[in-house]
Ligand binder design. Structure first.
Ligand SMILES: Cc1cc2nc3c(=O)[nH]c(=O)nc-3n(C[C@H](O)[C@H](O)[C@H](O)COP(=O)(O)O)c2cc1C
Length: 364
């Protein structure tokens, strides 16, 4: 596990190993006002204590009207700084570095949060006969600028709270992803149409954050490797890189109905023993200068180590693996029996670790 546990520098920030805890919302720990609780702090502390090198705290919303669920952590006012600062404080004690993910759900904001959800251009889809339809109206130009300011203000608050940087959530069909996607963004002005225009919403946010937070604060972005195809995603990533992101986290983008998008857009590679999302991240890394995090389905330490050892990725994110076994990183480094995620997805759909058979086995 030498490669996986080798140090790396992100600008001047030393990260002790390549194990990343990717952002994962835990609604049950959030108060009705979007504030953090002590259970939340303990959740992150436990993973930091057990050796994770880089923690990316779950999606926090930059605007109350753009939450993805009624109980999501907020960062839309200074009132959140006091609570959130506890996370970097406890994690830094164990040598972990900590970013926080900035998010707005856009058209994916549910009616239980806001009856006037927004999208780059007006959007309507009936997902399936049993799933609710999604409807959103087009943003005006001044609303676009206000939302960009919301992201910048949230980044300033994150810095005040002691985080080492932020990650913009530009994947999984949420607002920034809606701007990126030619399947969703049908605007006819400077924020839609060409790739440069579709990237503009994020590029301007990155440029502005860079100006106000200084050079030491890390700016990352999560994006899809299929936006809508690999080549376009690479071109988009280069635009983000030129704007000043120092870290790219490659996940999946959005399909036409804002759902989990199709893997078929990444060429099949029978000899590559990882998910199509990791495959997309590896392909993208070959064309980029900034460090790349790959994610999706990485379960075993040997799988993660081989990605780093062969220079296919700079970081490996282990999501559900770290929910099931908080000691994943420590056991990977020092030995020990890891309880592996069995992909039941109960943590995702029901937001409950108690229902997860692998997690239950760890606790018994
Ligand atoms: C409970 C749960 C919550 C998640 N919340 C977020 C989130 O806040 N932001 C995000 O970008 N991805 C989120 N994800 C996706 C994960 O970051 C990760 O990409 C995904 O779980 C795939 O990695 P894995 O196979 O290692 O679990 C979430 C996943 C789970 C299981």
């Amino acid at each position: 596990m030498k490669a996986l546990f080798s140090e790396i520098k992100l600008k001047n920030l030393k990260i002790k190993n390549r194990v990343v805890m990717p952002p994962m919302v835990i609604f049950k720990h959030v108060t009705a006002d979007g504030l953090i609780t002590k259970e939340h702090i303990a959740h992150y502390e436990e993973r930091a204590k057990a050796g994770v090198g880089l923690i990316i705290v779950e999606a926090v919303c930059v605007n109350k009207e753009g939450r993805l669920a009624p109980r999501q952590l907020g960062l839309w006012s200074d009132a959140f700084i006091d609570g959130l600062q506890e996370i970097p404080k406890v994690c830094h004690k164990y040598g972990a570095k900590v970013l926080i993910q900035l998010h707005h759900a856009g058209a994916k904001t549910p009616p239980s949060v806001c009856s006037d959800s927004v999208c780059p251009s007006s959007f309507e889809t009936l997902r399936s006969p049993d799933a609710p339809s999604v409807q959103a109206r087009a943003l005006t130009l001044s609303e676009i600028h206000n939302l960009q300011n919301d992201f910048v203000d949230a980044a300033i608050r994150a810095k005040e709270a002691g985080f080492d940087g932020i990650e913009l959530h530009g994947a999984h069909g949420y607002l920034i992803n809606q701007f990126f996607s030619p399947l969703i963004n049908k605007r006819k002005d400077l924020y839609g149409g060409s790739l440069v225009n579709r990237a503009r919403f994020a590029v301007e946010i990155i440029t502005e954050i860079k100006q106000v937070v200084g050079n030491e604060f890390i700016i990352g972005c999560r994006m899809g490797c299929n936006e809508p195809d690999l080549q376009t995603s690479i071109a988009l990533a280069k635009l983000l890189e030129n704007a000043g992101v120092q870290l790219l986290h490659i996940s999946f983008g959005s399909g036409p109905s804002l759902n989990f998008s199709s893997p078929s857009l990444i060429a099949a590679c029978p000899d590559f023993d990882y998910s199509w999302v990791v495959h997309g991240g590896v392909e993208m890394k070959m064309h980029l200068k900034v460090p790349v995090i790959v994610v999706f389905g990485i379960r075993k330490p040997e799988e993660a180590d081989a990605l780093i050892e062969n220079n296919l990725a700079d970081f490996t994110a282990v999501g559900k693996g770290l929910l099931v076994d908080p000691d994943w990183a420590e056991k990977a480094q020092k030995g020990g029996v890891i309880a592996f995620c069995r992909s039941c997805k109960k943590c995702l759909w029901f937001q409950s670790e108690d229902l997860c058979p692998a997690r239950r086995a760890v606790n018994s």
